[in-house]
Design a protein around this ligand. Structure first.
Ligand code: HEM
Length: 464
């Protein structure tokens, strides 16, 4: 990613053109004007395209993440409506609250008592999977143990084993599907698939487990709903509003796309955030001051000592800025590729042909001095704050492209901020996460930007 950033910064218009005779042709850009053209003005000319769809079809079917044209448009319309309801935001905040206080904080307290380091990336990934499963289809895969530390994944219960198999199979299916993008000979996976060999055999097996499990949940949800049971998760909302037009397979595709979108994104963002913070006590101090001020207002209003509600999270402008700034430098989705339908010329004068891939690197864009000024490499949350008011000032989504932009902009952005700000506020209020100063994370980019060896931290209780 750093190498690509350097290369793009040295190109005219920050755009790199690939022209291999008889081979791949396409461009990678870090130019906001090009990105705006591709994602908004030229939206219909730059779909995800047949290659993306075929690589992910076995796992995602025609779910929103993997669909183009009318199949995408109708899901987007229905999903946008649901994501924008206040009742969903409240449900998300409640799920986040119970997972943070029932599981994450108790786990960190146990880490304080034991003195053993933990891998905070792994912990956050488990947290995020539990949370997105709850929001997507009111299911608890129990990836983080319950407060008492025993959890119920003790192997004794068949149900617990099945849930754990589901989570493992989901992780394998996502990783193996992402691996299809990385073959030196692009169609080689199809041959392995035809002969049911190696990674393709494992992919087939893990997809069968995920699909079987999701199908059972969908069927039992139909029964519950036919008996008048009211639920607030996304699957139930889709079933209530679209029951005639959605087959069971279509519902499964929708849910699996949501799980994939919400699974590793917030955990990636927070892992890089806690790593950056470990060398910036000044930023950590300001976050703690802001959280303490909100906590004090809560105490005065006699609202108890639990987590923060939606309005309180909204008041945390500095926390918002600190997390946003971290994703500028380490966007969870660092790279995005689309396909060109008809030849076009981008605003910087680059010509693209029909069938070419068109990619942008949000990682490179977050580091371009031409976009962010000379201090682009510096982690500086203040750049997001109004100097007079101290309130958060959003940037154009075509410059800050961590959540994509245009008609396909991330649907879960607000949900992600609720989750990330709750975790940051509650964790930093009570703990210090200490990272070895010599630790240099290695990046690994599959569908998301992760740390290859995780992020080992020692958890210390705050002294005050
Ligand atoms: C920090 C957290 C997150 C980041 C940085 C992020 C980023 C993105 C990006 C870059 C895309 C475009 C991907 C593509 O088209 O290939 C996207 C799409 C999407 N995201 Fe997120 N996401 C985050 C969290 C979430 C969460 C928690 C959900 C909840 C379900 C979610 C739901 C979606 C959906 C449904 C789409 C597809 C939208 C469409 O194609 O119309 N995201 N997100």
């Amino acid at each position: 990613m750093d190498w690509l950033t350097e290369v793009l910064a040295s190109q005219p218009g920050c755009t790199l053109v690939f022209r291999r005779p008889g081979g791949v042709r396409g461009i990678i850009t870090a130019n906001p004007a090009n990105v705006e053209h591709i994602l908004r003005a030229g939206f219909d000319n730059f779909p995800k395209g047949p290659r993306f769809a075929s690589l992910l079809h076995d796992f995602l079917g025609r779910g929103i993440f993997n669909a183009d044209g009318e199949a995408w448009r109708s899901q987007r319309k229905a999903a946008s409506y649901e994501f924008n309801t206040r009742s969903l935001r409240v449900f998300v905040a409640q799920s986040v609250h119970s997972e943070v206080h029932g599981r994450l904080i108790p786990l960190l307290r146990r880490a304080v008592s034991s003195g053993q380091p933990i891998d905070i990336q792994d912990t956050l990934e488990r947290y995020a999977f539990d949370n997105i499963c709850r929001v997507a289809f009111d299911h608890d895969p129990g990836q983080l143990p319950d407060g008492d530390g025993d959890g119920d994944i003790d192997g004794a219960s068949l149900e617990a084993t099945a849930r754990s198999r589901f989570a493992d199979a989901f992780r394998d299916a996502a990783n193996l599907s992402a691996g299809r993008f990385q073959y030196a000979v692009p169609g080689f996976w199809k041959i392995k698939k035809a002969f049911n060999l190696g990674s393709e055999r494992r992919l087939r097996e893990s997809i069968a487990i995920v699909h079987g499990y999701a199908d059972r949940i969908i069927r039992s949800r139909r029964e519950e709903m036919s008996m008048g049971c009211e639920k607030h998760d996304l699957l139930s909302r889709f079933m209530a509003s679209q029951s005639e037009s959605y087959t069971e397979t279509a519902l499964r595709d929708v849910v699996i796309s949501f799980l994939l979108a919400g699974r590793e994104t917030t955990s990636s963002a927070l892992t890089w955030f806690f790593w950056l913070l470990s060398s910036r006590p000044d930023v950590e101090r300001r976050i703690r001051d802001e959280v303490a001020a909100v906590r004090a207002r809560r105490a005065r209003a006699d609202l108890g000592n639990a987590g923060f509600d939606l309005d309180e999270l909204r008041e945390m402008h500095y926390v918002h800025a600190a997390v946003t700034e971290s994703m500028r430098l380490y966007p969870p989705v660092p790279f995005n590729t689309l396909n060109t339908q008809a030849a076009d010329v981008l605003p910087d004068g680059t010509a693209v042909g029909a069938g070419w891939f068109v990619a942008y690197s949000s990682y490179a864009m977050g580091r371009m001095e031409s976009v962010w000024g000379e201090d682009a490499p510096a982690y500086r949350p203040e750049r997001w704050l109004d100097p007079a008011e101290g309130t958060f000032r959003p940037e154009s989504p075509f410059r800050y492209v961590a959540f994509h932009a245009g008609p396909r902009i991330c649907l879960g952005k607000e949900m992600a901020y609720i989750q990330m700000k709750s975790i940051v506020a509650c964790v930093l209020e009570e703990f210090e996460l200490v990272v070895n100063r010599k630790y240099r994370p290695r990046q690994v980019a599959s569908l998301t930007l992760r740390m290859a060896d995780g992020l080992p931290v020692r958890v210390k209780a705050r002294g005050n």
